[in-house]
Design a protein around this ligand. Structure first.
Ligand code: NI
Length: 172
C-alpha cells in the first residue's frame, strides 16, 4: 500500500469524466488499497480515484465518527438510482481543495448501486453525512467538484486562492 499524492484544484484531471471499471482486477484491488491508505492518512472521509490521477470510476469512503469503529466502504462503478426530493445542506470540504469549505445543498437521501470488490452487485440507501459524501465522491467521477454547486463569485475566489497556494507550493 502506498500513500499517493492528491491532486489539487485547479487541475484538468479533476475535471475529466472517469472511465467505468467493469471487471474488478487485482490492479483495481491494489488501487483501492492505496486509496484507503491515502484517504486515512490525509485524513479524509472520502476519496475518488481521479483525485490521485487515476481516471477510473472507483471511490472509497469512511464516514464513521471519531468514537466509532471504522466503516470502510468501496464502490466500483457507483450509480445513483434514486434521490429524495427532500434536500439537506451540509458544509463540504475536499482533499483537493484544502482549507476551503462551503454549504452545499443536495438530496437528503440517495439510493446507490455499485459493484463491490468481490465483483457482486450491491445497492443501498444512504442518508445524513453518508448521503452527502457518496454524492460528493460520485461527482468527482464526473469531473465535478463541490465548488461547482456554489455561486460563481465564491467559486472564482476559491480557485484564485488555490492557484496561488499551488504556485507557492511549487516554489517551496
Ligand atoms: Ni472531494
Amino acid at each position: 500500500m502506498t500513500i499517493r499524492p492528491i491532486l489539487l484544484h485547479p487541475d484538468p484531471r479533476l475535471k475529466k469524466a472517469a472511465a467505468p471499471v467493469g471487471t474488478v482486477t487485482p490492479e483495481i484491488e491494489a488501487l483501492v488499497a492505496d486509496m484507503f491508505e491515502t484517504m486515512y492518512d490525509a485524513p479524509g472521509i472520502g476519496l475518488a480515484a481521479p483525485q490521485i490521477g487515476v481516471s477510473r470510476r472507483v471511490i472509497v469512503m469512511d464516514c464513521a465518527g471519531k468514537e466509532e469503529t471504522s466503516q470502510p466502504l468501496v464502490m466500483v462503478d457507483p450509480q445513483i438510482v434514486a434521490a429524495s426530493e427532500e434536500t439537506n445542506t451540509h458544509e463540504e470540504g475536499c482533499l483537493s481543495i484544502p482549507e476551503h469549505f462551503a454549504d452545499v445543498t443536495r438530496p437528503a437521501e440517495v439510493t446507490v448501486r455499485w459493484t463491490a470488490l468481490d465483483g457482486t452487485a450491491r445497492e443501498a440507501r444512504f442518508e445524513g453525512l453518508w448521503a452527502t459524501c457518496v454524492q460528493h465522491e460520485i461527482d468527482h467521477l464526473d469531473g465535478k467538484l463541490f465548488i461547482d454547486h456554489i455561486g460563481p463569485l465564491r467559486r472564482q475566489m476559491i480557485t484564485r486562492k488555490m492557484t496561488k497556494l499551488k504556485r507557492e507550493r511549487a516554489r517551496a
